[in-house]
Design a protein around this ligand. Structure first.
Ligand code: C2E
Ligand code: CA
Ligand code: CA
Length: 811
């Protein structure tokens, strides 16, 4: 009965012999007795001191096993098998040593002998089983896998035990209770499954200690339970104690195992530390090269990437040779230095790297660390930002801020230079008619033309919507600037021909030279603008050079502009009314309101002078509104058949508020809308034509009449008359005054009068000064006339035409 297990299970080689003895005392066979027997076996049949040693080995190996498994989990995939194998060797070796040390602790140890092959095989069984279990565990955390791994490990321990027992040569093992071993294995399986579960689920120290304890328990349970159920042949031997030879063997096994286990545990810790350290070195974005005695001894991944070579290619070389350094400041003496460099033979065109060197202690000796920081991207971004800040994004030319800096620098350096202010003619029209995209395209073309005309050292800037400026450096005389100006104009004429290209623009140039026309940037810019203004007004497509006289005129215009702002409040402005007379009846039909400015010092300033100034400064808006209200309130006092004509500037028409101003003026003064006439010139229809016509339609819808003034001059076109239903045509006085002697003028007057008749438009002849002219315009069919012949303009009209003689005298 006592030996049945071995036979039945064919696991253990059992040599049936006589004189058998139960080493563990009474073998009762009941399942509940297994553990108590094991404890009895452990306490009474083992050398306690050696058991403690076995326990120590088991504990240390268990801890080391899970430390290494932990490492296997943390390391890169490539190294995982290595750590699993090492953990399996530690676990299997630990269980094996525990077993054999315990065997020696068994009190029959004096007579124990071991077969080498089987002993070695028993270790292999344990190691392989653990290796399989650990490998499975590393792949999955599922409970089934954990249980399976536990089972494999249990089989490993039990197998090791059985093979290990078979290795015993003397005394002969007679049998091991299969039942006891099964029960022990079940307990061990539970412990090991628990161990693996704890390892996969717990954190911190628990994940090492809990599984280690469980592994120790599993090992002990199997060993001592099995031992307690083992039958051996030599009863006497059971009382013997270990002799000196076995003590030495014992010491060797224990020491070697402990050493091995401790070393692997240490290796796992060191490996972790080193891996972390390398990870740390690679975690930085800087490349690091550590050199000693002029040779690189360590390098991180970033440095390899930056240098574009493998680590092995860098180790052993001289760090400095990899770089082209701006200032060679990297000396061993300095503690920390920074310099800019490029990687030697780099393919990156504008590469910029920063090298900083420091001396540190590495592997116990003073070494130089070269930190490489790639600034290429940062430098590129910096350049892009600087470019954006100083350039016009559309044309790529320098912007106003950057130009101002360059101009200041040019003045500071003191050499002669020229400034050419460029203004585009017709640009606004192109932009309005063809749209902004076309406008942008024109600006780009202009930028290209200017760029082509200048030399490399000159600077072209875009300083406003359609304003450009050229800084011509290092000139020897004004002639250089003159030549550049004509080159620019010629270039424009060549590339921008309105005949061929509807989007073509022209240019006007205002030129100043330093130091002749100004000694500071502000006065130079100002004088260039003055010259430009003159160029624009003296015919387009010209260059105008600044001179003193020009400056005086400009200053004069500005002071006039300034004084005009206050003229209304100072009551220097007044309206006079010139009669419009019916040529047939000689009756006054109405009056044209004309603005007068009596300046306290300048005397009478003619409207031909101050109106353009007011238009340019924008004062005309307030001025025009004042005229409108004043004329309406005056006309409201006249007999109701008399009309009043008010001149409206093109600038006023460009603001949509005009219609509202007219409505308010009529409303506030109570004047009938049919008694108000607004006179506009054709120039008003040149710009923003649609907007202007829309405003005119609104005004006309109120019942106010619209006259076309100065017809025949400027941009007369029949299409204007067709596009808008004017109520009256006023023939310019230049034709009337020329009529008597000039047949051409007379035929124009006749044609305009005919046109009026055709379009059912009353025609007014302006500037009638003599009776002959009066007769003539009447003959040509003009229903109304206006001029000194009928009387000068009065601030309070009397509504009666004076005698002609008196009238001509007054004129
Ligand atoms: P306009 O609208 O053509 O006005 C007629 C101009 O011819 C007036 O000059 C008038 O004095 C002048 N004139 C009248 N009869 C004769 C004549 O028989 N012979 C000659 N040679 N000239 C005659 P004025 O008052 O100097 O005005 C000049 C221009 O100033 C006006 O030309 C008009 O365009 C503008 N203007 C005058 N007042 C205003 C105003 O209140 N608003 C606006 N926007 N423009 C005004
Ligand atoms: Ca007029
Ligand atoms: Ca006129």
């Amino acid at each position: 009965m006592s030996t049945l297990g071995i036979k039945a299970h064919k696991l253990l080689i059992v040599k049936q012999q006589s004189g058998k003895s139960h080493v563990a005392g009474l073998f009762l066979g009941g399942g509940s007795g297994h553990m108590s027997r094991a404890i009895t076996c452990l306490l009474h049949h083992h050398d306690q001191a050696i058991v403690v040693l076995a326990l120590l080995v088991c504990t240390v190996s268990s801890l080391s096993t899970f430390l290494q498994l932990q490492r296997a989990r943390e390391c890169v995939a490539a190294r995982r098998p290595l750590w699993i194998t090492s953990a399996a060797i530690t676990a299997g070796g630990g269980v094996w040593s525990t077993h054999f040390i315990s065997m020696i602790a068994f009190q029959s140890a004096t007579s124990l002998g071991f077969g080498r092959l089987l002993t070695a095989m028993s270790a292999t069984v344990a190691i392989c089983a653990f290796a399989i279990a650990f490998a499975r565990l590393a792949r999955s955390r599922q409970p089934v896998v954990i249980g399976l791994s536990g089972a494999i490990a249990t089989l490993g321990i039990a197998g090791m035990h059985l093979v290990g027992m078979a290795a015993v040569t003397s005394p002969q093992i007679l049998g091991t209770s299969a039942r006891s071993l099964s029960v022990a294995s079940l307990l061990a399986w539970i412990a090991l499954t628990g161990a693996f579960a704890a390892f996969t689920r717990c954190n911190g120290l628990k994940r090492i200690f809990l599984p280690a304890i469980a592994l120790v328990v599993a090992t002990i349970v199997i060993h001592f339970t099995a031992m307690s159920a083992t039958t051996m042949s030599d009863h006497e031997a059971a009382t013997a104690i270990a002799n000196a030879g076995h003590a030495w063997l014992l010491a060797w096994i224990a020491a070697a195992t402990l050493l091995l286990i401790t070393l692997t545990a240490a290796a796992s810790l060191i490996d972790r530390f080193l891996t972390d350290l390398r990870g740390f070195a690679n975690a930085t974005s800087e490349g690091l090269l550590i050199s000693r005695d002029g040779k690189v001894i360590e390098v991180n991944e970033q440095a390899c990437t930056l240098l574009g070579v493998q680590r092995a290619a860098i180790l052993g070389t001289s760090a400095i040779e990899w770089f082209v350094i701006d200032q060679p400041v990297l000396s061993a003496a300095a503690k920390s230095e920074v310099s800019h460099a490029q990687v030697r033979g780099t393919a990156v065109p504008d590469q910029l790297i920063e090298l900083s060197s420091r001396t540190i202690e590495y592997r116990g000796k003073a070494s130089t660390v070269l930190a490489i920081r790639d600034l290429t991207e940062a430098a590129r971004a910096q350049r892009a930002i600087e470019h954006l800040a100083s350039h016009d994004p559309l044309t790529g030319l320098v912007n106003r801020a950057a130009f101002d800096l360059a101009l200041r620098e040019a003045v500071r350096s003191g050499g002669q230079f020229a400034l050419l202010a460029v203004d585009l003619d017709r640009f606004k029209a192109v932009n309005d008619v063809f749209g902004h995209a076309a406008g942008d395209e024109v600006l780009e073309r202009v930028a290209a033309i200017l760029d082509k005309a200048v030399r490399a050292q000159d600077l072209v800037a875009r300083v406003g919507g359609d304003e450009f400026i050229v800084l011509q450096r290092d000139i020897s005389s004004t002639d250089d600037a003159r030549r550049l100006a004509s080159r620019i104009i010629a270039q424009f004429t060549e590339e921008m021909s309105p005949a061929r290209d509807p989007m073509a623009v022209g240019c006007s140039l205002g030129v100043v030279t330093y130091p002749r026309d100004g000694t500071d940037p502000e006065s130079l810019r100002h004088n260039a603008d003055v010259a430009l203004y003159r160029a624009k007004h003296s015919g387009r497509g010209t260059a105008s050079f600044f001179d003193e006289e020009m400056d005086r005129a400009a200053r004069d215009r500005r002071s006039l502009e300034h004084e005009l702002r206050h003229a209304v409040c100072r009551e220097e402005l007044a309206l006079v009314y010139q009669p419009l007379v019916s040529t047939a009846s000689g009756q006054i039909a109405g009056y044209e309101a004309l603005l007068r400015w009596r300046h306290p010092e300048r005397g009478q300033v003619p409207p031909d002078i101050f109106i353009p100034v007011a238009e340019e400064a924008g004062t005309i808006l307030a001025l025009g509104e004042w005229v409108l209200r004043r004329a309406c309130s005056e006309a409201a006092t006249w007999p109701s058949h008399l009309t009043v004509a008010v001149n409206v500037s093109a600038v006023q028409l460009r603001v949509p508020a005009l219609a509202e101003a007219v409505r308010l003026a009529l409303h506030d003064t109570g004047l009938e809308p049919s008694r108000l006439e607004l006179e506009i010139t054709e120039t008003a229809l040149l710009r923003d034509r649609e907007l202007t016509l829309q405003t005119l339609r609104q005004i006309r819808a109120m019942g106010v009449r619209i006259s076309m003034d100065d017809f025949g001059t400027g941009y007369s076109s029949l299409s204007n008359l067709r596009h808008f239903p004017f109520d009256k045509l006023k023939i310019d006085k230049s034709f009337v005054s020329a009529m008597l002697d000039d047949d051409a003028a007379r035929s124009i007057v006749r044609a305009i009068a005919g046109l009026g008749k055709g379009l059912n438009l009353p025609v007014v002849a302006e500037g009638v000064e003599t009776e002959a002219q009066h007769k003539m315009v009447a003959e040509e069919g003009c229903p109304q006339a206006q001029g000194y012949y009928f009387g000068t303009a009065l601030s309070k009209p009397v509504h009666v035409i004076p005698e002609p003689e008196t009238a001509s005298k007054r004129a």
